[in-house]
Design a protein around this ligand. Structure first.
Ligand SMILES: [Zn+2]
Ligand SMILES: [Zn+2]
Length: 167
């Protein structure tokens, strides 16, 4: 509860920048999908906890987790960090941050293909629509992305299986 408490204190002090960059407020809180409003499930990928929505297949990454995932995919962290920085403030979006409920900004990252992702202006993290994270990782890993690409492929397969069983 300690971290969660600190997180709330941070917000009430009006600290809107950088305070949360250490990571997610607490494990086990109900992060809600910015698109569906459904609670997301927390999955672990080689020690990195990612929040996934089984409804829409989107993924939320807390601050710093994209860099960790890029590392797992053996992508050099520099270009990715640069691309995120170069994206600037982005466009005004409609979706809400699962951590602070603030409105996410839409940024464009990468080339061929460029991927539009949602970013919390308070630095909580990034939202990827289904498939976007794999696209981005592949681009920056300059290859298949190894374990990371496989993880998100498996996730997608799991989702398809679930759908089929439900019919
Ligand atoms: Zn969703
Ligand atoms: Zn936020």
């Amino acid at each position: 509860m300690g971290k969660w408490h600190l997180w709330l204190v941070g917000l009430s002090l009006g600290s809107d920048r950088g305070f949360i960059s250490a990571g997610s407020p607490v494990c086990g809180d109900e992060a809600v999908c910015p698109i569906c409003g459904e609670p997301m499930i927390a999955l672990e990928l080689e020690g990195v906890e990612v929040d996934c929505c089984v409804e829409c297949g989107g993924t939320w990454l807390d601050a710093g987790e994209l860099e960790q995932i890029a590392e797992l995919a053996e992508a050099p962290p520099g270009p990715l960090t640069d691309a995120l920085g170069a994206a600037g403030e982005g466009k005004h979006g409609k979706r809400r941050c699962p951590r602070c409920r603030g409105t996410l900004r839409i940024i464009t990252v990468g080339k061929e293909p460029a991927v539009e992702i949602d970013r919390c202006p308070r630095g909580h993290g990034l939202w990827f629509d289904r498939g976007e994270i794999k696209t981005l990782i592949r681009e920056f890993a300059e290859g298949e992305g190894g374990v990371v690409a496989k993880f998100f492929e498996d996730l997608f397969r799991y989702e398809l299986d679930e759908t089929r069983e439900g019919e």
